[in-house]
Design a protein around this ligand. Structure first.
Ligand SMILES: [Zn+2]
Length: 375
C-alpha cells in the first residue's frame, strides 16, 4: 500500500514523510480517526515507506523487494495484531495469526474496512472481537525476534481499544521500554477507550474525515459515477470512504431492503398473523449486521415519508422507486404515530444489537406497527 493509494489526507502524508527524511521515526505512533477516514491504510503505507529500499521524496517505490512483499502484506518484519474471536474453525484461544490469511485478503480488498466488516469477513459477526491474553505472548515473541530483512520491525495494532487489560499492560511495557529498532503503529477508532498511560507515551496523529473534494474526485474518476449520485454519496457518507463503498455496493441490498420494507408494511397493515410470521421468518434468515442495516434503511425511509406530508423530498435522498412507493405510503406516517413508529424501530434495533431472538423481535415489531399504522 502506497501513499498514492490513499484518498486525500495530504498534511498527514507530508508529516509522515518528513519524519523519515529527518530520521526521527517515533517508537510508537497512534493514528486515530473516524471509521473510513483512512487511518489503517495510512499506517500501512507509512510502514511500507519506512521499509522501502528505494523510496522517493513522496512515496515508496512499489517495486523493490521490500515493496513486493508489502504489496502482498507478507514482509517478514511486518506484524499485524487485530481483534479476533472464536469461530467454527478456531475454537480456543484465538490470536491474530489464526486469521492472517483472511486479514491479508480483507485488507488488500478494502484497506478502508470497518470493524463490522472484518467480523463479517471472518464469520464471527455475532460476537465481539478481542485482543486477548494469548495475543500478548505472541506480541512479545514477535518483537523479541531480530529483524529479518529491514532495519525496523514494524507492528501495526488495529483497534488497540479492544485489548483486554493484560494485553494492554504488555503494550504499555513495550512502549515504555521499546525493543531496539521497533516501530509500533496503533490504529484506533475510539481514543477514549485506550489507557491514558498508553496515550501519554505515544505520538498521536489525528486523522480527520476525508475532505469532500478528495472523496468527490475518487467517486467521479475511479468509480465513474454520475455527478448527482456522487453528491448524494458525499452527503450520506460523511467523509467515510468505507461508508461510500458500502452504499455503492449496496444497490442490490437497497433493492432488497426496499422490497422487504414494502412487504413488511403491507403485512403490518393487514395485521393478520400469517404474513407477519412469514416476514419474521424471512428477516431472521439474514445476518445481524444486515438486520441492523435494514433498520437504518427503514428509519431513513420513514423519515422521508413523514416529511412528504409537508413537502416533496429532495431527489438526492430518495430513488424513483422509493418515491413512487412513498407517494402512496406517506399518509400512513403522520404526526400522531411517527414518534411511536420511530421508537419501535429503535427498540428493535437495540434488541438485535443485544443479541435478542431475532424472529420474536421482528414479529413483535410487526404486531406493534400494525396498531400504529391504523391510528
Ligand atoms: Zn520499495
Amino acid at each position: 500500500m502506497q501513499f498514492k493509494d490513499i484518498i486525500g489526507q495530504k498534511n498527514i502524508k507530508e508529516n509522515l514523510l518528513q519524519t523519515v527524511k529527518d530520521n526521527r521515526i517515533a517508537h510508537a505512533l497512534l493514528f486515530y480517526g473516524p471509521e473510513g477516514s483512512g487511518a489503517l491504510p495510512l499506517a500501512v503505507a507509512y510502514a511500507q515507506y519506512i521499509s522501502c529500499l528505494n523510496r522517493t521524496g513522496n512515496d515508496s517505490c512499489g517495486t523493490c523487494t521490500s515493496c513486493h512483499k508489502y504489496n502482498k502484506l507478507i514482509h517478514p518484519d511486518l506484524h499485524f495484531v487485530y481483534p479476533v474471536s472464536t469461530s467454527k474453525r478456531v475454537v480456543k484461544d484465538p490470536v491474530s495469526d489464526d486469521y492472517i490469511n483472511e486479514w491479508r485478503n480483507c485488507l488488500l480488498q478494502n484497506p478502508y474496512m470497518s470493524e463490522a466488516q472484518w467480523y463479517e469477513f471472518i464469520e464471527i459477526e455475532n460476537k465481539q472481537g478481542l485482543i486477548g491474553r494469548e495475543e500478548s505472548r505472541q506480541i512479545l515473541k514477535k518483537l523479541n525476534l531480530k529483524s529479518f530483512e529491514s532495519d525496523y520491525k514494524i507492528m501495526i495494532i488495529w483497534l488497540p481499544e479492544k485489548m483486554n487489560p493484560s494485553c494492554a499492560n504488555t503494550l504499555l511495557k513495550l512502549i515504555e521500554e521499546p525493543p531496539d529498532n521497533t516501530v509500533l503503529l496503533l490504529v484506533a477508532d475510539f481514543i477514549h477507550e485506550i489507557l491514558p498511560t498508553i496515550l501519554s507515551r505515544v505520538q498521536i496523529i489525528k486523522v480527520p474525515r476525508i475532505h469532500d473534494d478528495d472523496l468527490r474526485k475518487v467517486l467521479t474518476e475511479k468509480h465513474q459515477l454520475p455527478q448527482a449520485r456522487v453528491e448524494n454519496l458525499l452527503h450520506l457518507s460523511n467523509g467515510s470512504y468505507q461508508r461510500a463503498l458500502e452504499l455503492i455496493n449496496s444497490s442490490g441490498e437497497m433493492k432488497y431492503f426496499f422490497h422487504t420494507f414494502g412487504e413488511f408494511m403491507r403485512a403490518a397493515y393487514k395485521g393478520t398473523p400469517l404474513p407477519l410470521l412469514k416476514m419474521a421468518d424471512e428477516l431472521s434468515e439474514i445476518g445481524r449486521e444486515q438486520q441492523k442495516r435494514f433498520f437504518d434503511y427503514a428509519l431513513g425511509l420513514i423519515r422521508q415519508n413523514f416529511v412528504m406530508n409537508f413537502k416533496q423530498p429532495e431527489i438526492t435522498y430518495i430513488s424513483d422507486e422509493e418515491l413512487n412507493f412513498s407517494q402512496r405510503f406517506h399518509p400512513f406516517i403522520n404526526q400522531r404515530n411517527v414518534k411511536k413508529i420511530y421508537n419501535l424501530f429503535n427498540v428493535a434495533y437495540r434488541d438485535i444489537e443485544a443479541n435478542g431472538y431475532d424472529k420474536i423481535i421482528f414479529l413483535d415489531l410487526g404486531i406493534k406497527l400494525s396498531s400504529c399504522l391504523k391510528n
